[in-house]
Design a protein around this ligand. Structure first.
Ligand SMILES: CC(=O)N[C@@H]([C@@H](O)[C@H](O)[C@H](O)CO)[C@@H](O)CC(=O)C(=O)O
Length: 289
């Protein structure tokens, strides 16, 4: 379960329906061209929180059918509706997903006891492993070291997708839990995560920049940190432009420019502004995406 995982983009049509053939093309592109080690399915990048339960299930099913056992598969099942999270967890587990993941419950000011109960319920009801999806910037939920102690006390909690810029906390977590899986969640900080000893990375830009990101990982493994940092600079030139133009819209447009049917985003997310297509074509050319 170590290595480079793409947070999968999901192609939608103008009516918000999933484009199955496009989804299969995006899966194949990640496996065959970006050569990732795994896919993180129905995460933020997959616009998960805009979908119906049936759409989430269709995605789990289609991705598994296309990927088979060629890469590791993590199913993000987090939901404010715990019954839905359990239903999705059972469904993905029966499909053979290697682990579940779930975002910390958000919106309401949940206590840590409520958050812990949420994770333990999903694990008890599914029997699968769990990777905590911690993203304080979007959920407002920060997990303390002591709280990680309690979550990691459940041996089925195998790790955390650490999407935060607190590298002191990351270093302390790595030091405290050498046997748990820690994934870097911010692609623009991949090299710092690797320096902190993460076991892998999960991110959106690997849909289009997986090969360059793998290079950063390889250089860090070889202790060639200056060279790794140079490649991170290139990756961040791409990420800066992608963020400026709209992250998910632009990542999909890069794939569309390359002839992969990545469709569009789902309402209420706005679709890509076609007047900016020239900027995307230049990005693809300049960085050999
Ligand atoms: C909010 C968001 O999209 N975060 C991305 C990052 O890959 C992010 O897009 C990237 O670092 C650019 O900021 C991932 O952490 C999200 C992720 O793994 C997911 O799709 O669940």
């Amino acid at each position: 379960m170590k290595g480079l995982f793409t947070a999968l983009l999901i192609p939608f049509d103008e009516n918000g329906q999933i484009k199955e053939e496009g989804l299969r093309q995006v899966v194949r592109h990640n496996i065959d061209v970006q050569k990732v080690d795994g896919l993180y399915v129905n995460g933020s990048t997959g616009e998960n929180f805009l979908l119906t339960t049936d759409q989430k299930k269709f995605i789990f099913e289609t991705v598994k059918d296309e990927a088979k056992d060629s890469v590791k598969l993590i199913a993000q099942v987090g939901s404010l509706n715990l019954e839905e999270a359990v239903e999705l967890g059972r469904f993905a587990t029966e499909l053979g997903y290697d682990s579940l993941s779930a975002v910390t419950p958000f919106y309401y000011p949940f206590t840590f006891e409520e958050i812990k109960s949420y994770y333990n319920t999903i694990i008890e009801e599914t029997g699968n492993d769990m990777i905590i999806y911690a993203i304080p910037a979007l959920t407002g939920v920060a997990i303390s070291m002591e709280q990680f102690d309690e979550l990691f006390a459940n041996e089925k909690v195998i790790g955390v997708k650490y999407t935060d810029s607190n590298f002191f906390a990351l270093e302390r977590l790595r030091n405290r839990y050498p046997d748990k899986l820690i994934y870097s969640g911010f692609d623009e900080m991949l090299v710092y995560g690797l320096l902190s000893g993460v076991d892998g990375a999960i991110g959106s830009t690997y849909n289009v920049n997986g090969l360059r990101s793998r290079r950063i990982m390889e250089l860090c493994e070889q202790n060639k940190f200056e060279e790794a940092y140079e490649v991170q600079h290139e990756a961040n030139d791409i990420i800066e432009k992608v963020l400026e133009l709209g992250i998910y819209q632009t990542l999909k447009e890069i794939l569309n420019v390359k002839g992969i049917d990545a469709g569009t985003t789902k309402n209420p997310l706005s679709s890509f502004d076609p007047s900016k297509r020239g900027k995307v074509e230049k990005l693809v050319e300049d960085f050999n995406l």
